[in-house]
Design a protein around this ligand. Structure first.
Ligand code: ANZ
Ligand code: ZN
Length: 687
């Protein structure tokens, strides 16, 4: 009997599949279309390890399954090829980012081939190539036309040693991810996408994502973070100024015994100008600016504050209250100012205790709570702890006796009537900061003219090409700034001398629309063909890691909605079904090169073949859950394939076995094989 010679078998079939282009998908055939997609990888310098294999192998199984069911299946692959690691490689290894990236792509494609992945490479998308980023720039222009791309000053994370802006994800425990230097906040002009204009829709449409994992939906909801409450105005004593606060608890206004402004609040400087506190306030603001958002608002963050010496009037009872500035109030949320109610807010309570501020209880706990306290022997003292739960209003004049919800309503009405405030909604979601002072990204297609201001590059002049000859030194400015042939240009509007924007786009912009490009990968006239996109999208099955639950998946939803509003597509959600695979661990920790516990699929494939690697990966455990890699269990997969092989060989050796004959002429052996086949198909498809 012929032995299971996996190398021969696999080499032969891989070559055959490639030469015959069997994985290609003819997009003109839309009957029973199925679009399955695995998140495209970042071509890092490392080989893909067995842990990475999981999502590609799951994706490949989905592809083959739907094809076997007779669908026209699109299963494309590409590379999320711009990004910081390539630029760092240029700085540290002296390799040009483009060379480094393209070399890595070739290597990864080689691995995919070895693994037997069924991708339609005719539709490959590589985000760092001009025929792709040209359309990323075009999308920027579309957003700009709609007023959804704008420029403003913003505080950004700044590493004073590397002299560069860092994304929030690159700040670890308040320090630079690379060198550990404490990160500072720097006020810089940046480009933003106005994702907040879509906050309500992004939130509401989560309800329609029936086939998305609940945890991803919850993460998106929390990230968008809709808060309903009210804005209340407080008059500053002895000046015409007004401080507007955002509160979710207007019912507690009688308990507001002080106020806090974010140190960056524009009113701060104005308020203390010429007072005895001016210098002290200035020094304090500088100190807080050095703290990251985490240092300021983290669970165990120390609350730091300063009395500005200014007083404001609580509109509801005319009482004069102290105005503080403190680290725990952030400029980016609500109005950047709060009314503090220490009796019923934990942060305010901690602060009031530390700075010895008056505490006034205005919520009387519910009977249930009081009963529970009685049983457990807990004695509540409003001077010793904050009570943040439900109850009835006390010490609150016209609100007394009302439950919290009714009191919120009544207070909102009162504020509205007296013109002291109004109902308001705030989102945690911030506008998307898309500019990076980096080389390896898509240039932002804008020109600054001394006469006309910011002018968009006309569509016909795209792409704005990334020049190749660039000095890679971290100076804190975009490396493109030092390339005169790039910077110096003429104004598209008046023709005068002008300068190009030298920032590049966040790589998340590249990945926010790539799923559309696959259906028009070679189209040099447009980003995607509307008709084909409407036929093939939304993606029927999207597969990837849960680490993308927020950024990538939210940005993709946003861009899809914008394109829908522009009339360029007819659907407004990009991914019909989402699957997030669990990670592979070894020794209980996530498999990774840096942890030294990664398994090389190439070695496995040499020893057992790609089919064993694939089979083991699929059988390692429920795909949505984390699973521990076990080298010995791989052999189990190998033994199984050997048994399948042997079974088939035995069948072949039976004299009465002849496949492919007419059913009437079937022999006993044929029937047996067929029966087993159909039983298996039934078992697989039924569940
Ligand atoms: C008074 C109050 C009384 C509050 C009370 C809470 C409890 P969420 O639910 O997360 O939206 N706040 C408002 N703006 C802030 C800022 N820029 N930085 C830090 N804190 C801010 O939180 C809304 C509450 O967080 C607001 O309601 C405000 O405190 C605070 F018993 O106002 B509250
Ligand atoms: Zn001009």
């Amino acid at each position: 009997m012929e032995a299971y010679n996996f190398t021969d078998i696999e080499q032969r079939w891989k070559k055959h599949f490639k030469e015959k282009g069997v994985y290609g998908c003819d997009l003109s055939k839309t009957h029973k279309k199925y679009y399955t997609l695995v998140m495209f990888p970042y071509p890092s310098g490392d080989f893909l390890h067995a842990g990475h294999g999981r999502n590609y192998i799951i994706g490949d199984a989905v592809f083959r399954y739907f094809r076997a069911l007779g669908h026209h299946v699109l299963n494309p692959m590409g590379f999320d090829a711009f990004g910081l690691p390539a630029e760092n490689a240029a700085i540290h290894k002296g390799i040009h980012p483009e060379d480094w990236t393209l070399k890595n792509i070739e290597r990864m494609k080689g691995q995919f081939y070895d693994w037997g992945m069924g991708y339609d490479w005719d539709k490959e998308v590589v985000s760092c190539l001009p025929d792709y980023y040209r359309w990323t720039q075009w999308i920027f222009l579309k957003l700009y036309e709609k007023g959804l791309a704008y420029r403003k000053k913003a505080y950004v994370n700044w590493c004073p040693k590397d002299m560069t802006v860092l994304a929030n994800e690159q700040v670890v425990d308040g320090g630079c991810e690379r060198c550990g230097t404490p990160v500072e906040q720097k006020d810089l002009e940046q480009w933003f996408f106005k994702i907040t204009a879509y906050a309500d829709r992004l939130l509401a449409d989560i309800a329609g994502l029936d086939n998305w994992p609940d945890r991803v939906k919850t993460m998106q909801k929390n990230w968008i973070g809709k808060s309903e409450g009210a804005e209340v105005q407080f008059k500053v004593e002895g000046s015409g100024q007004t401080i507007t606060v955002f509160t979710t608890r207007p019912d507690t206004l009688f308990g507001a015994t002080y106020m806090v402004l974010a140190p960056e609040h524009p009113l701060v400087t104005e308020m203390v100008k010429g007072t005895a506190k001016e210098a002290e306030v200035k020094a304090f603001v500088e100190k807080i600016k050095k703290q990251s958002a985490m240092d300021r608002t983290g669970e165990n963050a120390e609350k730091l504050g300063l009395d500005t010496g200014v007083k404001a009037v609580n509109p509801v009872n005319g009482k004069s209250i102290q105005v503080y500035i403190a680290n725990y109030v952030l400029m980016e949320y609500g109005t950047g100012a709060i009314m503090a109610v220490p009796a019923h807010d934990t942060r305010d309570f901690d602060f009031a205790q530390k700075y010895k501020i008056h505490i006034v209880q205005v919520i009387d706990p519910t009977d249930e709570v009081k009963h529970a306290w009685k049983t457990s022997g807990h004695l509540y003292d409003p001077q010793q702890e904050a009570y943040t739960d439900d109850g009835k209003l006390i010490n609150s004049d016209f609100l007394n006796g009302l439950p919290v919800d009714a009191a919120k309503k009544k207070m909102a009405e009162w504020l509205d009537e007296k013109k002291w405030g109004r109902g308001a909604v705030t989102y945690r979601l911030r506008d998307w900061l898309i500019s990076r002072q980096r080389y390896w990204g898509a240039p932002i297609p804008m020109v600054h003219c001394p006469k006309c201001g910011w002018v968009p590059v006309p569509e016909k002049d795209l792409p704005v090409r990334l020049p190749r000859a660039v000095e890679f030194k971290p100076t804190g400015e975009s490396p493109l700034k030092s390339v005169p042939s790039f910077v110096n240009t003429s104004c598209p509007k008046c023709g005068g001398e002008a300068r190009r924007e030298t920032d590049t786009m966040d790589t998340f912009v590249d990945s926010s629309w790539y799923f559309l490009r696959y259906v028009s990968a070679k189209d040099s006239q447009q980003a995607f063909d509307t008709k084909t996109a409407n036929q093939w999208l939304p993606v029927d099955q999207y597969i990837g890691g849960v680490e993308h639950a927020i950024l990538h998946l939210l940005y993709s939803r946003f861009i899809t909605k914008v394109l829908k509003d522009l009339g360029l597509i007819s659907f407004d959600e990009p991914f019909r079904r989402l699957f997030t695979q669990g990670m592979i661990t070894k020794g209980g920790v996530k498999m990774s090169k840096s942890k030294g516990n990664s398994v090389q699929p190439d070695e496995l494939i040499q020893k057992y073949g790609a089919d064993t690697f694939r089979l083991y990966t699929l059988f390692i455990g429920p795909p949505e859950r984390d699973a521990e890699w076990d080298d010995r269990a791989v052999e189990g997969g190998f033994r199984f394939l050997n048994r399948v092989w042997k079974l088939f060989q035995e069948l072949l050796e039976r004299p009465d076995f002849k496949t492919g004959g007419a059913p009437e002429a079937a022999t006993e052996a044929d029937k047996e094989a067929r029966r087993k086949t159909h039983q298996t198909i039934h078992k697989v498809t039924r569940t």
